[in-house]
Ligand binder design. Structure first.
Ligand code: GAR
Length: 208
């Protein structure tokens, strides 16, 4: 059984999608063993508690810089014996000491079709604001492995979502979550836990 550690910073709807998938038996070969939040008081922590999942807060604001914060997260992940680390609305950048310790064992859900609307500064609602400003007719979500390049790691799964007339960033965000993020994140986690993901030359293949 693989130990899945989920990193969060906010409401935790993607965490909820993972919990629901776990409880419905979709995630074979893995179990969410811990939720770590970069902020105290966020609703994601309540979701973990309600489902009997242990959680801890490692608050970004209590650390002087990315290096010190990354070390604290790394220590926690090692203590938890994490086999898979999932960024589920985790809004903090970690440095290469963490990424190098978990090569192709960390995944992130991003609310756009990478390589569009991604990289430093593109997170949360901002991504949808930029998509609407550009007038794209299709957007979506991506789950990718985390590397030292922000939003630049190998793409695991993507799902497209239509933009509709009159969309606000909030409306679009909700549609992208419902139609894409909450589906492909549990799928990607499930594939990983069943050892069905292969990475070669930066390209992910899903094995049959
Ligand atoms: C989600 O839309 C997620 O894709 C996004 O933040 C939201 C968190 O929601 N993540 C990023 O933008 C990371 N670059 P949640 O806390 O309800 O899961």
């Amino acid at each position: 059984m693989k130990n899945i550690v989920v990193l969060v910073s906010g409401g935790g709807t993607n965490l909820q999608a993972l919990i629901d998938a776990q409880e419905s038996g979709m995630i074979k070969g893995g179990k969410i063993t811990c939720v770590i939040s970069s902020k105290s008081g966020v609703y994601a922590l309540e979701r973990a508690k309600k489902h009997g999942i242990s959680s801890k807060v490692i608050a970004r604001k209590e650390y002087a810089d990315v290096t010190a914060y990354s070390k604290a997260i790394l220590d926690a992940l090692l203590a938890e014996k994490a086999d898979l680390v999932v960024y589920a609305g985790f809004m903090t950048i970690l440095d290469e000491q963490v990424v190098n310790a978990f090569p192709y064992k960390m995944m992130n859900v991003h609310p756009a079709l990478i390589p569009s609307f991604c990289g430093k500064g593109y997170y949360g609602l901002r991504v949808h604001e930029e998509a609407l400003k550009k007038g794209v007719k299709l957007t979506g979500a991506t789950v990718h492995f985390v590397t030292e390049v922000c939003d630049g790691g190998p793409i695991i799964l993507q799902k497209a979502v239509e933009v509709q007339n009159g969309d606000t960033p909030e409306v679009l965000q909700k549609r992208v979550m419902e139609q894409a993020e909450w589906k492909i994140l549990p799928q990607a986690v499930s594939l990983f836990c069943e050892d069905k993901l292969e990475v070669k030359d930066g390209i992910v293949t899903v094995k049959n």
